[in-house]
Design a protein around this ligand. Structure first.
Ligand SMILES: Cc1ncc(COP(=O)(O)O)c(C=O)c1O
Length: 450
């Protein structure tokens, strides 16, 4: 019951119904109402809910040991998951460090980068450049890299204030450049920032290869990725890919980096890596970085639950499921279907200004005017309102403000990678119904053609 007293708090009070159970792409509340998990929670439940094979493997591990401290024992689940992770990531990324979530993964990546720099006699390097908008987590280190004003502002005096560059939001550009040239233009912003800061002070650049919560599945032009890699190499700046949301198959490759043939220096994983079966994350880096740190006395960092055997057994079972059910291939195939359906919405709803994404990480953005891409009036609170209308109708999607958190509304549609064509059609019916209701509320006629 929603009126049961609660002693819990999150970002706000929680008016939602109690969850009863999940099954595949569906969640059921205690009243028996069914919801399509159109955002995999927060882009987490990549293999769907209550996968019986994963649960059986977790149960088998539970019967043996649920915890064994990493300083006291090696465990097979953690060794096997590390080996599997290395096998699934591009060559050159062959050392794994486990954590329990995305913010921890990002912080771990940055601290590994720093310790590596120290081993190279480059103690002057400490600045980590990131993009605006972006999301990298909510702990202080990760928050300082995050480009989303409402989350940062209260804590700004307590952080270093790491340098930012504009995220490549080329869909807002009104210049005459080709996409290729725009990609290079945004990459040059990174070069300019490194030069301005003093290359000897810059440790790393961190980016989401496909944007997540803060940009809404932003994909840069192809030219951007290779040029950013070149620029980092030119100045000895480490390239960190935050694949917390994009990793583990979400975009139709195990790492989004593979779409562009990029090998980052360090990759952060979480979300789909444990896929909601266990709090789990990892960083994956090359031995080239890790071995000197171990030789110099070790990585001065670690969390109590790192490499927890139960979490790792879950993660291993998730990766096996991805392979055995070809879920990464399904993400690529169904991503195309979903993207086509979302693009078709633009014929009916003039307030949808952009549709973007990769694989099953897709998003659409509302605008007041497609020509200028001016956002809707922030007071409409459209990002919350449409989510609510969809929720009432049994569809869960995920939204945020787009333009750094102050204005703009985007919606992530990122269902579990097991979704079928029929289930996409089912999801779209509810989404259209919610969009119709939203259009009626703001008094905006829809085009009847679609
Ligand atoms: C790209 C990215 N990095 C880091 C995080 C932080 O992860 P967590 O909330 O598990 O700490 C998130 C979470 O949304 C994310 O999307």
């Amino acid at each position: 019951m929603t009126d049961t007293p609660s002693y819990l708090f999150y970002q706000s009070r929680n008016p939602r119904p109690f969850l009863d159970h999940g099954e595949g792409i569906y969640l059921f509340d205690e009243a028996g109402k069914r919801y399509i998990d159109g955002s995999s929670g927060a882009m987490v439940s990549n293999i769907g809910h209550a996968n019986p094979r994963v649960l059986a493997k977790m149960k088998a591990q539970m019967d043996k040991a649920t915890f064994g401290y990493r300083l006291h024992f090696r465990t097979h689940p953690s060794e096997d998951l590390a080996a599997k992770t290395v096998a699934m990531t591009p060559e050159g990324l062959d050392r794994v460090f486990f954590v329990s979530g995305g913010s921890e993964a990002v912080e771990s990546a940055v601290k590994l980068a720093r310790q590596y720099a120290l081993t190279q006699g480059q103690g002057t390097r400490y600045k980590v450049i990131s993009r605006f908008p972006s999301y990298h987590g909510c702990t202080f280190g990760a928050l300082d890299l995050t480009g989303y004003d409402p989350l940062r502002e209260p804590f700004a005096p307590m952080m270093e204030g790491m340098p930012k560059v504009a995220a490549p939001a080329t869909y807002l550009d009104r210049d005459n450049l080709t996409e290729e040239a725009r990609g290079l233009k945004y990459a040059e912003l990174l070069r300019d920032r490194i030069v301005e800061q003093g290359p000897e002070t810059v440790l790393a650049f961190v980016m989401e290869p496909v944007g997540g919560a803060s940009t809404g599945a932003l994909v840069a032009p192809d030219s951007y990725y290779a040029r950013v890699r070149e620029i980092c190499d030119e100045f000895g700046v480490l390239l960190i890919y935050d694949e917390v949301m994009t990793g583990a198959g979400r975009t139709g490759k195990f790492l989004a980096a593979e779409h562009w043939g990029i090998t980052p220096d360090i990759v952060a994983l979480s979300k789909g890596f444990g896929a909601g079966y266990a709090p789990l994350g990892a960083i994956v880096a090359g031995a080239r970085l890790v071995e000197p740190v171990l030789d110099a006395g070790g990585f001065l960092h670690g969390f109590t639950y790192a490499g927890n055997p139960l979490a790792c057994a879950a993660g291993l079972a998730v990766l096996e499921e991805l392979e055995e059910q070809d879920l990464i291939g399904n993400a690529a195939r169904m991503g195309k279907v979903l993207m086509g359906e979302l693009r078709a919405l633009m014929d009916r709803y003039p307030f949808i200004g952009d549709v973007r994404g990769k694989g099953l990480l897709t998003a659409f953005e509302f605008v007041a005017d497609r020509r200028t891409m001016e956002p809707l009036d922030p007071l409409l609170n459209a990002h919350e309102r449409l989510v609510e209308l969809a929720y009432q109708r049994g569809l869960i999607i995920y939204s945020r403000r787009t333009r750094g958190g102050k204005a703009g509304d985007h919606f992530l549609v990122a269902p579990p990678l097991i979704i079928t064509r029929d289930q996409i059609a089912e999801m779209m019916l509810i989404l259209r119904d919610a969009l119709d209701a939203f259009a009626a509320e703001i008094g905006w006629p829809v085009e009847s053609a679609a």
